[in-house]
Design a protein around this ligand. Structure first.
Ligand code: ADP
Ligand code: MG
Length: 687
């Protein structure tokens, strides 16, 4: 078998000096020994046999048993993907990247060689790549170019229990693909010649039956884990400030308890960043007889290179404190954890459809589910007996919902419906595990119609097809397409690259708003936040004198850092935006949009292009100074962080509504009322 030799090939070997070679070989031995010790290793032959015999297999196993890292390697070794690829999906980008890193080092090959990853705007795979870790969103996007996913021999849908929207859409499509490529999903159908597909569904929780039922009673395999007992403590009283409670609990552990790393679950990035600061500050004030604390954050917006820090063990005498979102519940295994602190909170996005159309997305901090709480506690018992400190009462635990609602029942479906339409699929006729709500579907269809992606017969327009070619929020895709006609693609591309980044550009600290406003005055644009973003992004690109990311040398890199700090902007966002922009430029080339075309200092073309996308997100001023939506009934206020917060203009467009004690519009620009007529008429004409 030629693949067996491929499998152990080490490309670095020839050019590496002997000492280093020896070190690498030793490291590889250690990794191989770790692999052999995993609970899943004992069942390897049986697992491979089952997967070989069935078209669809559901694999259930405790977190840390070795499913995600080992199964793809086993299947490759066993020759199940000869002349094709193994794709393995993850709900989160950070997990896909970090797992690919791990598995490529287990293989002793560089990342992007035998093992690679693909996430939105970042594809690290090469001609030799056979195991491809990817987000579920990437694979659904791939369907557009290759509806049968024919370059994959095996598709592993991992973390299926999370039931993300993309995972659900993927499962529905896999069922269709199995029919086309295998002639059935049960292995009993008439075998088609050529290119059969294998599907493995993996989950860490006890919901295998549902997946098995969906795939005509697919075979279920259980992998026994190695879970040690975890002692759970509940709070006697509910906590109002969970960040502060987490900090106090951490120091109690740190001061009183034996060595062992601490994993703290928090809802999101802001809480993680603020807790990191306070733990680091207090740890510095401890008397020297206490061990050092090393704080390591994990959340979705983390830079690629920062994910490595997660798995590096703390040196002797150092206690690692990992601050994570629910990404550490089941997707990423963190070695060394003995104590878990669970705030009981997570962020959940939810799309609220308005009664009169419109509707908005919310990202709210909510109580977690029982299933999450149990997973979180379990993270303390991977390597030995552990402790879990819940910052909520036992009654609160009992009152939790058993499992989370599938995302398809609570998310905005606009982008997915557009993708499905490109595949000729109607979401309401698709064979889904759970069918979405009628209101959510009609709200998405209405949005697509207003954007000009659909005509009045619900048929996809050429604009709609073009929009789907960009892996963007449809609102941004529409603005990008409009920018061609209005000759301002350079500007619009700069703006949407920032808006598509995973964190916001402007740092907002409520008690520093005056200082922030002073520092930013230079690039505040009178027309509002979008052009302010453009100014800031361009000012940043000009620091160091080059806008090509790779060419930025060390000096200008630190100059950029300083510049960002001084102006209260997130440098991370700008760096991510630069890479998004580069990817989008390539897309534009393919779609015949010249991204170099600029409108210079003129602002109307840019605002008009953006308004094509944001036409649903518009509001008119009312006599009392608040704004009323043009579509929908809500009265919105401009968010205090906006450059438009203190000015009154006749009409605004905004990126999003955030719902706190009232409804705030964020990312606001002033628009000329005459735009409404233009946009409405044009959209209808083009539709
Ligand atoms: P599962 O998918 O069953 O939860 P994984 O395959 O993700 O299990 O992990 C198996 C083991 O591999 C973990 O217990 C851990 O020891 C090791 N591992 C996984 N990812 C990493 C990593 N990034 N760094 C170090 N070790 C890792
Ligand atoms: Mg896993």
């Amino acid at each position: 078998n030629t693949n067996a030799t491929n499998y152990t090939k080490q490309p670095q070997a020839q050019s590496t000096p002997p000492r280093k070679k020896q070190r690498l070989a030793n490291a590889l031995d250690v990794l191989q020994e770790q692999r052999r010790q995993l609970p899943i290793a004992k069942g390897k032959e049986a697992l491979v046999r089952e997967i070989r015999e069935h078209d669809v297999t559901v694999l259930l196993g405790e977190t840390g048993s070795g499913k995600t890292t080992q199964i793809p390697q086993y299947l490759l070794e066993a020759g199940l993907a000869d002349s094709g690829m193994i794709g393995i999906t993850q709900p989160r980008k950070v997990a896909a990247i970090s797992l690919a890193q791990r598995v490529s080092s287990e293989q002793g090959t560089p990342l992007g060689g035998l093992v690679g990853y693909a996430v939105r705007f970042d594809d690290v795979c090469g001609p030799d790549t056979r195991i491809r870790y990817m987000t579920d969103g990437m694979l659904t996007q791939e369907l557009l170019g290759d509806p049968l996913l024919s370059r994959y021999k095996v598709i592993i849908v991992d973390e299926a229990h999370e039931r993300t929207l993309r995972t659900d859409l993927l499962l529905a499509n896999l069922k269709r693909i199995l029919k086309a490529r295998n002639g059935g999903t049960d292995g009993k159908g008439k075998r088609k010649e050529g290119n059969p597909l294998k599907v493995v569904i993996m989950s860490a929780t006890l919901d295998a039956e549902k997946f098995s039922d969906f795939f005509y009673n697919a075979k279920i395999i259980y992998v026994k884990g190695r879970q040690h007992p975890v002692k759970i403590h509940h709070c006697v009283q509910g906590q109002t400030d969970y960040v502060d409670a987490a900090m106090r609990t951490f120091f109690q552990i740190h001061v009183d308890q034996p060595p062992g790393d601490v994993l703290i679950f928090l809802p999101g990035q802001e809480d993680i960043e603020s807790l990191q600061k306070s733990i680091e500050r207090l740890a510095n004030q401890l008397p020297p007889n206490h061990s050092t604390v090393l704080v390591v954050p994990i959340y979705a917006a983390l830079q690629t290179n920062a994910t490595k820090a997660i798995s590096i063990p703390a040196p002797r005498g150092v206690r690692k404190c990992i601050l994570a979102t629910n990404i550490a519940e089941t997707s990423i295994t963190i070695p060394g954890v003995r104590y878990v602190i669970d705030t009981g909170k997570s962020k959940e996005n939810r799309f609220l459809t308005g009664s009169a159309g419109g509707g908005f997305e919310t990202l709210l901090t909510r109580d977690i589910t029982k299933s999450s709480a149990m997973q979180r506690a379990g993270r303390a018992g991977r390597e030995g007996p552990g402790y879990c400190y819940r910052l909520y009462t036992e009654e609160a635990f009992t009152a939790m919902a058993p499992t989370a609602e599938p995302e398809i029942l609570r998310c905005n479906l606009t982008q997915s419906i557009l993708q499905l339409l490109c595949l000729g699929q109607d979401i309401q006729e698709l064979d889904l595990m759970d069918a979405p709500d009628v209101d959510t579907v009609s709200s998405a269809l209405r949005t697509l119609f207003i954007l000009g992606a659909l005509d009045s017969h619900r048929e996809l327009t050429p604009i709609g097809r073009k929009m789907a070619a960009f892996p963007l929020n449809p609102v941004h895709a529409r603005a990008l397409i409009a920018s061609k006609e209005h000759a301002c693609t350079a500007e619009v591309l700069d703006i949407i690259s920032v808006l598509e980044a995973s964190s916001t550009l402007f740092v907002d600290v409520a008690d520093k708003r005056t200082a922030i406003a002073d520092a930013r005055r230079k690039f505040i644009h009178p027309a509002g936040d979008h052009l302010t973003v453009l100014n800031a992004s361009r000012a940043y690109q000009a620091v160091g004198g080059s806008d090509e990311d790779e060419k930025v040398d060390k000096i200008s890199r630190s100059a950029r850092k300083e510049w960002a700090l001084a102006h209260f902007v997130n440098e991370r966002t700008l760096r991510e935006a630069a890479s998004i922009r580069k990817q989008l430029q390539q897309r534009c080339d393919r779609e015949g949009i010249d991204w170099r075309v600029s409108c210079g200092e003129r602002e109307e073309p840019v605002l008009l292009s953006l308004a094509y996308g944001l036409s649903q997100n518009t509001a008119l001023i009312t006599p009392d100074g608040s704004y009323k939506q043009t579509i929908g009934q809500a009265v919105v206020k401009i968010h205090p962080s906006s450059s438009m917060a203190d000015v009154k203009v006749p009409a605004i467009m905004y990126d999003e509504l955030v719902y706190t004690n009232q409804i705030y519009a964020r990312g606001v620009s002033s628009i000329n009322k005459s735009f409404f007529a233009t946009i409405g008429a044009l959209n209808r004409r083009e539709a």
